[in-house]
Write a protein that binds this ligand. Sequence first.
Ligand code: ADQ
Length: 463
Amino acid sequence: MARLIVVSNRVPLPDEHGSPPPGGMAIALNAALKKKDGLWMGWSGEVKGEEEPPALITREAGGITYALTDLAQKDLDEYYNGFANRVLWPIFHCRVDLAEYARQEMSGYYRVNRLFADLLMPLLQEDDVIWVHDYHLIPLAEELRRRGCRNRIGFFLHIPWPPADILFTVPIYDTLLRGLSSYDLVGFHTGYDLSNFAECLRREGCGDLVEGGFCRAYGRLFRCGVFPISIDTAEFESLADQAARDEALQENYRRIAGYDVVIGVDRLDYSKGIDQRIVAFRRFLQANDHRIGKTLLLQITPKSRSEVPEYLAMQKDVAELAGRVNGDLGTIDWVPVHYINQSLGRPELAGLYRMARVGLVTPLRDGMNLVAKEYVAAQNPHDPGVLVLSRFAGAARELEGAVLVNPYDPESMAHAIERALVMPQDARIERWRAMMARLREHDVYRWCDDFLSCLHQAQNTAR
Ligand code: ADQ
């Protein structure tokens, strides 16, 4: 049996009982790895001294081998905080204005990819299948091929692929494009991402999509496809059912249970449109006097990437904005925006989704957005809430029962919140059923199976 090797920047390690950490993707990949005697390789999350030689620490848990490497501070600064999160992340989310190019960081990005390839090569067996995840590791297949690796290698991009004119602002965009042509399969969330990728190749004059789900580029023929990621739908549904019956949890929610709750759940990231959402919520309150004192926005937002200056600035901006709305509109017994910088456990999150009348998921751009799917899966089938979803989230292409909005237009978002709150029960049920049918059929296990079965048939060839 071919082993499965997963490579990602961070590795979600199991707890002391060997259970995978919460989160659909980690659970699905763990299940696939367990079936295939698998190995998961990535950064340990620890920093090592500059002089210490790179090494892999391997450990086994729950039938999976974890192979982890520490990184030096310079590597982290250049590869992770630098090129990955200050160039690729903003550009791929169409925020050219926030990208900060530094030649040194680009070379750090390639250096760490070479390091990953050096460390992985000795672990590989002849028929291992390798699945590389996300924008941190685009050049990894090319580096492995240089070292003689002939295994099947697939790549999945968790963030959007940008339109050509946006990608071309990255000084080394051609090296990135060429790097992808070393994979046997390249997967995206949506058809729009795939067509943007193909447009980049065409405009560069170096390739295009060809019949049958293939791509010809840089003299190579390889597969390309659309694999919309999803959640463990059944698990989320059952977590929300349990939360609704959990008296201790319900007691915790007692203070907000009498309000119409509008919920937002996102990492603190400028791509998620949190500022714009708070502004829209303010407009909604100002336009609907009868909602004053009765509706609140529960925005649950753990801080992320605080080493990157743009994220630090944003922490301050969002907190100030929430504070201003509360100062201007709040009363002694009512706080309009509950802004919480915390990561919650899955059961608690599922319970809050269930109690919220509106799921407000309004990223400015998002590869997929799993929160939108989690909100739908957590609803009470007899009295579901309404999902208000940005048209610029990958999820909008699947969740047709959502009320779609333009996150750049606060008026239309304010209007959509009110529309969601007054939507009759039968209309809510009809919309929810359509979305839930899709999520039941296309859960995260299906995503994983679809990608891996396509990868098993794929083979990069010279053409
Ligand atoms: P993210 O940008 O992290 O993922 P998203 O898809 O919404 O965005 O996933 C976030 C996950 O974190 C969700 O499972 C959510 O429940 C969890 N989370 C967020 N806030 C939380 C909180 N306060 N407490 C607990 N959990 C919280 C990237 C891409 C997305 C793509 C995913 C998967 O940016 O577009 O959908 O990868 O491919």
